[in-house]
Design a protein around this ligand. Sequence first.
Ligand code: NAI
Ligand code: MG
Length: 340
Amino acid sequence: MAHKITLLPGDGIGPEVVQATVKVLEATGVSLDWEVFDKTGTDALEEFGTPLPDVILDSIRRNKVALKGPITTPVGGGFKSVNVTLRQRLDLFANVRPCKSLPGIETPFENVDLIIFRENTEGLYSGIENYDERLEIADTIARVTRAGSARIIRFAFEYARREQRSLITLVHKANILKKAGAMFLEIGRDVAPDYPSIDMNDRIIDNMSMQLVMYPERYDCIVTTNLFGDILSDLCAGLVGGLGVVAGANIGENCAVFEAVHGSAPDIAGQNKANPTAVLRSAVMMLRYIGESTAADAIESALQAVYTEGKTLTGDVGGTSSTTEFSAYLADRVASLVRQ
Ligand code: NAI
Ligand code: MG
């Protein structure tokens, strides 16, 4: 039976990298029935008067799984981020972002293998903001709840146990954020003893940023609040070859939306230059989520092979191929692996 999946190509480089990903997914032979919504964000606002029409949320709730390209968010005003709204409305509280070295890309470190667990619905993304015109004071509230903290921390420990990982580093700023930060850390310390096979330590965010660019091999899994997780994700992407290669999953109790860490990259949009690997690796996470692990394995093996070979890669990782050349080459590899 076909898996019915909501597909949001997004904007900017989104449609290019999503199309490339769909091509590679087709090569696996897994039957995927896409429910496509071409218009989100600015495009949807123009046509439907809202950047995130309810039909999209309904589709994801019904299908329980979505694959998503990036969606541009206006800076400093305009509509609220569609990406954040999706995560909050669907209660996709866990943002999982594995940062693992690929062969054939020149990076300062060889064997980086980190997983970031970012709390995905609260913190500084709470949307509780106010600007007092008279006093010229801007407030943005970082709302952290006990329940919200406990569920992401437990999620990280459960995931780490399943994947046989040995260390979780809880990242915070509890020296300064004596309420929100302190509670997050306290909950971590309460939960950790329930998982005797996993060690937990903690780091203050500023130190952690330095540690990660100097000694990434000392770390394994990272659990943190929303904004710190956002920033560390891009930092860790930088350790393994950049935003073109790092995948992500937004997971809730009832559904999941798979998307890359990167945004819509307006600087290279429409040029057939973007690297689809990040969205493709997100799709690999999606295949595992829906139980299609053979297809997921095939794509991962093909990626390893094509990166090791290093002849058909996009510019961001040192190659000269276009998005479509890379994906066509990869799709052929996947197809031949599947036939074996
Ligand atoms: P970005 O992630 O779009 O781009 C940062 C840099 O990385 C750019 O130089 C870009 O060319 C490069 N890059 C990103 N993805 C790449 C890929 N697949 N292949 C090759 N190079 C790639 O971040 P930026 O420029 O800060 O944000 C652009 C827009 O994207 C903003 O409107 C932002 O709000 C939105 N955004 C959306 C996200 C989402 O949909 N989940 C996540 C992050 C940002
Ligand atoms: Mg980000």
